[in-house]
Ligand binder design. Structure first.
Ligand code: AP5
Ligand code: ZN
Length: 216
């Protein structure tokens, strides 16, 4: 099963993709994570992408499609993948179609997480993650079980993303509206789009996605 999780910044794409990875053995393909790894490694791609990401703009289609294409060549994606953060433009949706055809793969569903934009600033500015294993948390909606200690690896160090401030989030939302939302009609025309209420609690959103994957 190969799916796209689509939704604005803070809709819960990463949260749900990690759960599907843990529960179903699917592979999460987050272009945001790939780009952040390139920035951390100070690679050529990372050096080009850093300022663009910090401003909340979109990195060029060529760069992002290049890193995704390489990732799709790894054998593990054959277990089924969850695209999280790609495609983000009509050109990327077209490139994805070509890439999947070349590699003998296809999409099963495009799941749109439908959210109320007003809630997203609060979700994103309250977000933090474990500096050691990357597990995501939120100041109000998903605190560690033991205060100050990561549930998964026990680390006491946490970090925040540099693009998670209100000004940048507003720009990311504007980019989503202008460049990413227009890809929905492309997938609607193919009958691939399903919707889940992204405002429900995390576990309920997960159940709704699982029901779609199970053919409900
Ligand atoms: P990327 O990393 O993809 O960020 P994004 O799309 O802005 O998405 P987020 O990670 O902010 O949100 P999410 O939907 O994953 O939410 P999460 O699950 O964390 O991209 C970053 C940048 O990289 C872009 O701005 C761009 O520059 C570049 N980039 C990446 N891909 C690109 C591409 N294809 N083309 C061009 N440029 C690209 O949830 C948010 C918070 O809310 C968490 O704290 C979570 O605990 C909480 N939460 C989640 N669900 C719920 C719920 N149901 N109820 C309550 N709280 C919830
Ligand atoms: Zn951890």
């Amino acid at each position: 099963m190969n799916i796209i999780l689509l939704g604005p910044p803070g809709a819960g794409k990463g949260t749900q993709a990690s759960r599907l990875e843990a529960e179903r053995g699917m592979v999460q393909l987050s272009t945001g994570d790939m780009l952040r790894a390139a920035v951390a490694a100070k690679s050529e791609v990372g050096l080009k992408a850093k300022a663009v990401m910090d401003a909340g703009d979109l990195v060029s289609d060529e760069i992002v499609t290049g890193i995704l294409s390489e990732r799709l060549d790894h054998d593990d994606v054959r277990k089924g993948f969850i695209l999280d953060g790609y495609p983000r433009t009509v050109a990327q949706a077209e490139s994805l179609e070509r890439l999947l055809t070349q590699k003998g793969m296809a999409l099963d569903h495009v799941i749109e997480l439908v959210v109320d934009e007003d809630a997203l600033i609060d979700r994103i500015t309250g977000r933090f993650s474990c500096a050691s294993c990357g597990t995501g948390y939120h100041e109000r909606y998903k605190r560690p079980l033991v205060e100050g200690v990561c549930d998964v690896c026990g680390s006491r160090e946490f970090k925040r993303r540099p693009d998670d401030n209100e000004e940048t989030v507003r720009n990311r939302l504007a980019e989503y509206r202008a460049k990413t939302a227009p890809i929905l009609p492309h997938y609607e025309a193919k009958g691939l789009v399903r919707r889940a209420d992204g405002m429900a609690p995390i576990a309920e959103v997960n159940d709704a996605i699982e029901a779609i994957l199970d053919g409900g």
